[in-house]
Design a protein around this ligand. Structure first.
Ligand SMILES: C[S@@+](CC[C@H](N)C(=O)[O-])C[C@H]1O[C@@H](n2cnc3c(N)ncnc32)[C@H](O)[C@@H]1O
Length: 190
């Protein structure tokens, strides 16, 4: 696919703000799959340096809460301002995904790129911490790093050369995630 929204961002800026894979491309793929109307209130869960939040607000017209644990919300605010965004459009904040400070039913949608595997492997997480914050009929759009097929029972030497089994436990295939999500009532996986 082409990435018309991603291409609106300067490549040097993108390179300086991503923390792994190209978060803009992943974010754009998620948004292509979903119909989140402009003006919706979304949570960019683990927004890192804020560039995906900039895309959600600027390119899709979403009111975006940019929540992250490790990054500095003041630094992210300055970055977002440099892209012409205001605190009416993006609200950067420090927050732990396991204790998000929002009312139940606050969000129309949640977008999360390259982070759900840190905390979402706990089958209780979705139903306890995240789903209650999303309106009935809302969307949770996840891009999770993983494996095409789980191989934890027989980890290949090439992976063990640079990863430990504990680190590799953050990576799973889609069937594994489906089994995690299916443990939460009220979730429709598409
Ligand atoms: C690999 S980075 C991805 C950041 C961003 N989504 C991106 O794609 O550039 C993982 C992010 O997850 C966040 N994170 C990890 N555990 C978290 C938690 N418990 N609560 C909130 N954020 C968390 C970190 O702050 C970090 O910014």
């Amino acid at each position: 696919m082409g990435f018309p929204e991603t291409n609106h961002f300067d490549t040097t800026v993108v390179r300086s703000k991503i923390m792994g894979p190209n978060t803009l491309k992943l974010c754009e793929e998620l948004m292509d799959e979903a119909a989140v109307p402009a003006g919706s209130v979304v949570l960019d869960l683990d927004s890192g340096c804020g560039i995906s939040s900039a895309m959600l607000a600027r390119e899709y017209g979403l009111i975006t809460y940019a929540a992250d644990l490790w990054s500095d919300p003041s630094q992210n605010m300055r970055f977002l301002e440099s892209l012409g965004l205001t605190n009416r459009e993006v609200i950067p904040m420090k927050a732990d995904a396991t204790a998000l400070p929002f009312a139940h039913g606050f969000f129309d949608a949640v977008v999360s790129v390259d982070s759900y595997n840190y905390f979402g492997r706990d089958p209780e997480y979705l139903g306890t911490c995240l789903l209650p914050l999303v309106k009935s009929g809302g969307l949770i759009l996840l891009a999770i790093p993983g494996m095409v097929r789980d191989c934890h029972d027989d980890l290949p030497a090439c992976l063990l050369a640079s990863w430990t089994p504990e680190l590799l436990d953050y990576m799973h295939d889609m069937d594994w995630w489906r089994a995690i999500f299916e443990q939460t009532e009220g979730v429709k996986i598409v």
